[in-house]
Design a protein around this ligand. Structure first.
Ligand code: NOJ
Length: 765
């Protein structure tokens, strides 16, 4: 429970954010550090410097601070541009050359500071979402759904720390990451940008990624993080990006908000708003979302930035405002502090129109001056936290040193994410197998292992990131002992069937690397989870040949349905980035024992969506009473993941066994003895699940309430102690449309661990 003590900042300011940073740690419950606490809502007190600046700035300067524009819009005469618009933020790299970017940003900073009456520098932002993925030579880490599969939040922190180091060295102060949206619908093109469908697993990852980006350097935060997209963005009813979401309050509160709250507790400086509408209201126009929930309930005190041209979208897409000026009024009054108006290609929504509208609206009193001052204070406080008033510049010398590092880390994350979906004993292959055929569309394709947001929005452009493909990785893994043959196929074409058939017949083992090509945002929306026909055909061909074969999947979501009927063994490798090929080769040839677990449910098809493990009962499979047409049985359940060894569980304990409801966010220790009873060493993730048995408001069928990952040699046994909290099962009591406070309801909670069915009971009184 949080207290009422004063938590002053060194300059005398008090922020709830700082207090939450200091107290809302992972220790108790990352998702709910403070979530259930009766926190006082404090008035924000900004620093003396920020207060003075706000009081001295002209309206023109203030409007500038509330503007974010793409660096490529600055043009050939930066001084003239900065004098005219004085943007508080620039975004997007001017070049993919790290040194060139550092130099460009430094030059732009000179021009902007010169033009800014109070010498306030801009803050420079980029989407560095899986490494510093806009820059040539940068190490690319797995996308977030792969990080989720490791169940090891240290990876979220360490990859973000490395990214943060390379950001600051290349002139970038701010990354629009991490995504705190839950992955509930795999049709959605942004599924891979989130960590998990589970609120608690996501929360732990989000918190650590924020901490990693915002690590301190010389007393300031090295880079600012953005938790996005607030909120409810990931569950558009039709699965298509930026189409309306309809989310019951109970689900919204219980499932969608915790990862944001965890990011806020970890200190996230900024929040980006959901471009879509929730229950009919565009998030950008929602005071309820941006003020009542984000500020008053979750305690966020940082900067709220819009997403791309979303005031315009309020008119053109949502039909919610009559014109962009009206949208500006709605958006700023709802709580947007900075408008992302990057490009001048939309005539009715340029930096010029936005600034003109905002000025007119303030002058007419339709936007109160206090709201503008509050927004500007948030922008300036962010810059202050980053140390930009002291030194906004990059050292181009460092830029050349830092890129391309952390490959070992990239390998570890990719290897620990690899998830063995099924295996009839085919895997691992013997590195001395003789001849191995490596085939499929992604066997040697850098773009397919990266996904979107990698040196390009939709796919890798001309500059390829450093990458070890599966073909490279397998060649290294087998050394001279085995002959490697490569027969590529296409994502959507399979016009070399006879060559593949022949090569497969001649081989002793076949690895088929399947899956999706890269995509981002709405371009990735899909109506099917089947693999393309060409790949299904490839699998049929390999199946008919009879040589032992395994499928590896690179995809941004659970992609593949009936294909699993014919795959003797299958591995999910997510979008693993630079070291993906080494990780895959090591898993397939047994140097690594796969231990990843799915951070999402793998549905049998789109017909059964939304199919998530934390749905409400009844469970529509396994009862024997369900008509066959309504089966919800997924192909692979949430948390699924096999190993080359076997683990046995015994002696599950829960301590304490009873807790009072008002102390529900108190830590409980769940422990279980795990023994490696197989013949190989291996890691084993132990998720702890809970659900409430019965009650007026049913609890979701399973929820993760804690997890740990252990390494065990053959025959080794250990007691895995998992710090958990029942607070994750807090729900909104009351009737269908209740908006009551989130609470942990008294009752009996069933606790299980890992794949073991035995239950213990925790009683909340
Ligand atoms: C739009 C995307 O929705 C958002 O995630 C991203 O940060 C911005 N564009 C900037 O690229």
């Amino acid at each position: 429970m949080l207290d009422n003590n004063d938590h002053s900042t060194p300059d005398g300011g008090t922020t709830r954010r700082r207090f939450m940073e200091a107290t809302g740690g992972i220790g108790l419950s990352a998702a709910l550090g403070g979530y259930l606490a009766s926190e006082p809502v404090r008035a924000k007190r900004t620093s003396e410097r920020v207060r003075t600046l706000v009081s001295e700035m002209s309206l023109r300067e203030k409007i500038g601070q509330m503007t974010q524009v793409a660096a490529y819009e600055v043009g050939d005469d930066p001084t003239a541009f900065f004098e005219e618009y004085q943007p508080g933020s620039l975004m997007y790299a001017t070049t993919d050359d790290p040194v060139g970017l550092a130099e460009d940003v430094n030059e732009l900073l000179d021009a902007s500071i010169e033009a800014q009456p109070h010498d306030v520098p801009f803050v420079f932002g980029i989407d560095a979402v899986h490494g510093n993925n806009n820059l040539d030579g940068a190490t690319i880490f797995p996308h977030n759904h792969g990080v989720g599969a490791t169940w090891n939040e240290e990876y979220a922190r360490r990859t973000a720390e490395h990214t943060s180091e390379t950001l600051r060295a290349t002139g970038t102060h701010w990354t629009f990451s991490p995504v705190a949206d839950l992955q509930r619908d795999p049709r959605w093109g942004r599924f891979y940008e989130g960590f998990s469908e589970d609120p608690y697993l996501s929360s732990r990852m989000v918190a650590e990624k924020v901490r990693g980006y915002e690590r301190r350097e010389s007393g300031y935060k090295a880079a600012g993080a953005t938790i996005k997209h607030f909120a409810g963005y990931s569950e558009p009813r039709h699965g298509d990006d930026r189409t309306p979401a309809l989310i019951p309050y109970r689900t919204f509160r219980h499932a969608h908000l915790p990862p944001f709250h965890a990011g806020i507790c970890a200190g996230a400086e900024t929040v980006m708003v959901n471009s879509g509408s929730v229950n009919g209201v565009p998030a950008h126009a929602s005071k309820e979302l941006l003020q009542d929930i984000l500020r008053d309930e979750l305690g966020f005190e940082g900067l709220v930035v819009s997403d791309w041209h979303d005031f315009y979208r309020m008119v053109a897409v949502h039909g919610f405002a009559d014109d962009v000026k009206e949208a500006v009024r709605l958006g700023i009054n709802a709580g947007i502090d900075m408008y992302m108006v990057p490009a001048a290609d939309i005539e009715s929504d340029t930096v010029d129109t936005y600034q003109t509208y905002l000025r007119e609206l303030v002058e007419s009193g339709e936007i109160p001056t206090d709201r503008v001052d509050d927004a500007v204070a948030n922008v300036l406080a962010f810059k202050e936290a980053l140390g930009l008033f002291e030194d906004p510049y990059a050292d181009p010398g460092r830029a050349s040193e830092v890129g391309g590092g952390a490959r070992d880390l990239a390998y570890e994350v990719a290897a620990d994410s690899v998830t063995l979906l099924q295996n009839d004993g085919t895997l691992p292959f013997d590195p001395e197998v003789g001849t191995v055929l490596v085939t499929g569309p992604s066997a040697d394709d850098v773009a397919n292992m990266m996904g979107g947001w990698t040196l390009g929005w939709q796919r890798v452009g001309e500059t390829l990131p450093p990458a070890v493909t599966p073909l490279d990785g397998i060649e290294t893994a087998v050394g001279d002992a085995t002959n490697v043959v490569h027969e590529p196929t296409g994502l959507h074409e399979f016009d070399n069937e006879s060559a593949v058939r022949e090569a497969a017949s001649d081989a002793d083992a076949v690895v088929a690397v399947l899956g999706e090509g890269p995509y981002a945002e709405e371009h990735g929306d899909t109506d099917t989870l089947e693999l393309p026909a060409a790949q299904r055909e490839l699998v049929r061909t390999l199946d008919s040949v009879g040589t032992p074969f395994a499928g590896v999947i690179f995809a941004g979501r659970p992609r593949g349905t009936d294909v699993f009927d014919r795959l003797p063994a299958a591995v999910m490798a997510y979008l693993p980035g630079t070291m993906g090929g080494t990780a895959v080769a090591d898993a397939v040839f047994g140097n690594v024992n796969p231990a990843g677990r799915l951070p999402f449910t793998w549905p049998a098809g789109t017909g059964q969506l939304l199919n998530v493990h934390n749905a409400y009962p009844p469970e529509l499979f396994g009862t024997g009473e369900t008509p066959p047409t309504s089966t919800q049985e997924p192909l692979f359940p949430f948390g699924h993941g096999l190993s080359y060894t076997e683990f046995e569980y015994e002696d599950l304990r829960v301590d304490p066994a009873t807790i009072p409801a008002e102390r529900a966010n108190r830590r409980i220790v769940t422990s279980v003895r795990v023994t490696n009873v197989g013949s190989r060493s291996g890691d084993h993730v132990v998720p702890v699940y809970a659900h409430r048995r019965g009650g007026a408001i049913p609890s979701p069928m399973t929820e993760v309430i804690g997890f740990d990952r252990a390494s065990l040699d053959p025959g080794e046994s250990t007691r895995v102690n998992v710090r958990a909290s029942i607070a994750q099962l807090a729900t909104v009591p009351g009737d269908v449309f209740s908006k009551d406070e989130l609470r942990v309801l008294p009752g009996e909670y069933a606790i299980t661990a890992g794949d073991w069915e035995e239950e213990r009971t925790l009683t909340v009184v």
